[in-house]
Design a protein around this ligand. Structure first.
Ligand code: PRP
Length: 177
């Protein structure tokens, strides 16, 4: 793979794995004895979801959904379900898994939609939290790291669909004009 032009590494692979292990331990304790389902939002959350699931000491189900935004800059947060969940979630304990929460609009929309399907509980776990971009408040249950207002790649986050598979989180150098 061509190496990305990095400004700096924010969190090394070791730091990321350590933090995911801490979150997994907290989730495993909270949901011990209860069947838990992780719901990933494609595509960014795939890497975090699988890393998290591997560290859990409890059995989990997984499902995925995919959304596409069509509101544009004038109506951000208006999204369409491009791929819905495969199974219903009524009566289940659900954790929505995100790679990053920025404005919070995507998460808020998904929480409202999923809540309407009657889960027993519904929480959010995100690897990254860029609070400086927040437009609406969302109740995040578990978060890996807060990050500054910079363009980051790795651990599911992409630049032009590349670099999602990096094991670390880094700030990309701005494109040269
Ligand atoms: C990212 C991320 C969240 C959303 C968060 O997805 O995975 O779903 O943006 O942004 P918000 O808080 O401002 O709504 P993206 O649209 O980049 O798609 P991808 O996961 O396929 O890269």
């Amino acid at each position: 793979m061509k190496k990305p032009d990095l400004e700096r590494v924010l969190f090394t692979e070791e730091q990321v794995n350590q933090r995911i292990a801490e979150i997994a331990a907290a989730i495993s304790e909270r949901f011990a004895g209860r069947p838990l389902k992780l719901i990933g939002v494609l595509k960014g959350s795939v890497f975090f979801l699988t890393a998290l699931a591997r560290q859990l000491s409890i059995p989990v189900k997984i499902d995925f959904l995919s959304i596409s935004s069509f509101g544009g800059v004038k109506h951000p947060g208006i999204v369409r379900i491009a791929k819905d969940l495969d199974e219903p979630i009524d009566g289940e304990d659900i954790l929505l898994v995100e790679d990053i929460v920025d404005s919070g609009l995507t998460t808020r929309y998904l929480l409202q939609m999923l809540a309407g399907r009657g889960p027993n509980s519904l929480g959010i776990v995100t690897l990254l939290d860029r609070t400086s971009k927040r437009l609406v408040q969302v109740p995040i249950d578990y978060r890996g790291f807060e990050i500054p207002d910079a363009f980051v790649i790795g651990c599911g986050l992409d630049h032009k669909q590349l670099y999602r598979n990096l094991g670390y989180i880094a700030v990309l150098k701005p494109d040269k004009p």
